[in-house]
Design a protein around this ligand. Structure first.
Ligand code: SF4
Ligand code: SF4
Length: 305
């Protein structure tokens, strides 16, 4: 039986996704040019895996030779809770409050693909959740999930920017979306609010200055010039999303329970001081915080003190 857009959307909803969009698997010419410029400016900081397989990002047919379409899926993770405002503690970015989204989304994508293969055995797909050489945000914009905000997040009119993006590259043809118009307009709230002036121009983030990069992917020291500017972020940073009017007006609580229970919103400096590798693993093994490693969290904690 032929798989339709409607069938994918229906199943994606059943597997917990809130948004779905379809785009033709053509080379990403303009987006690739922007990415190449970003890399040649050194804005990728020490994320050397980005220039290493840059060319692959332009064309998904380097991943799946007979790719015809890209399906972009979004899973809302917003949670209405807020920070306690604990003293001597650092704040965790909202996306990392609950269970690691990779663990949840990979499983769901595999089940979704299996179900689609059962409907039509000719359906083939490769899945990504921000881990491979795929420009997931560019595809999400092409698929009509939202527009690329000046803070470099994809913004949906229904959910704001609090959603994870998953990408399926498939050999199947679908009806394709018209990319959404940019609704940032004259707003520059994110640019003005960024504590480290990391949004160096509209849509361009310099990772060397971004708290999110500096507290998570960064393996080195945090430069002294940022001392006192981290606004108590110990893992990630949400300032440019918190101030976005689309998030203020349109955020809705996540349907996914894993994003609403056992939350780590703040981490106390004392807890970090007393933590060894065994304790760190036990507490954060299934959390995105695990990615920063104990060494990174200790460095961040010292930097905030
Ligand atoms: S995540 Fe924080 S530091 Fe990075 S661009 Fe946004 S506001 Fe600036
Ligand atoms: S804060 Fe304003 S400029 Fe920044 S992403 Fe949101 S709407 Fe766009």
């Amino acid at each position: 039986m032929k798989i339709t857009n409607e069938k994918v959307i229906e199943l994606a909803k059943e597997y917990g996704f809130d948004l779905a969009g379809f785009s033709m698997a053509v080379p990403l010419e303009e987006e690739f040019e922007n990415l190449s410029r970003w890399v040649s400016n050194g804005y990728h900081a020490s994320m050397e895996y980005i220039p290493r397989n840059l060319a692959k990002r332009k064309d998904v047919r380097t991943i799946l030779a007979d790719a015809k379409s890209v399906i972009s899926l979004g899973m809302n993770y917003y949670n209405e809770e807020n920070y306690e405002g604990l003293k001597n503690a650092g704040r965790v970015s909202r996306y990392a409050w609950g269970k690691d989204y990779h663990l949840i989304i990979w499983e769901r994508l595999e089940s979704l693909i299996e179900e689609l293969e059962q409907i039509d055995p000719g359906f083939k797909a490769v899945e990504y959740v921000d881990t491979g050489p795929v420009m997931d945000k560019a595809w999400a914009v092409r698929g009509g999930l939202g527009w690329l905000g000046k803070n470099s997040n994809v913004i949906s009119k229904s959910y704001g920017s609090w959603f994870f993006i998953a990408t399926l590259i498939t050999n199947y043809e679908f009806e394709y979306a018209v990319p959404m118009k940019d609704f940032c307009g004259t707003c520059r709230a994110c640019i003005d609010a960024c504590p480290t002036q990391a949004i160096v121009k509209d849509y361009v983030i310099d990772a060397n200055r971004c708290i999110s990069f500096l507290t998570i992917e960064n393996k080195g020291e945090i430069p002294d010039e940022f001392k006192g500017k981290f606004e108590s972020w110990i893992f990630g940073c949400d300032v440019c999303q918190d101030v976005c009017p689309w998030n203020i007006s349109f955020s809705v609580p996540a349907r996914e329970e894993e994003f609403t229970k056992n939350l780590t919103k703040e981490i106390s400096f004392e807890e970090v001081d007393n933590m060894d590798e065994v304790m760190f693993r036990k507490k954060f093994e299934t959390s995105p915080i695990y990615r920063a490693k104990l060494k990174g969290i200790k460095r961040n904690s010292e930097f905030l003190k």
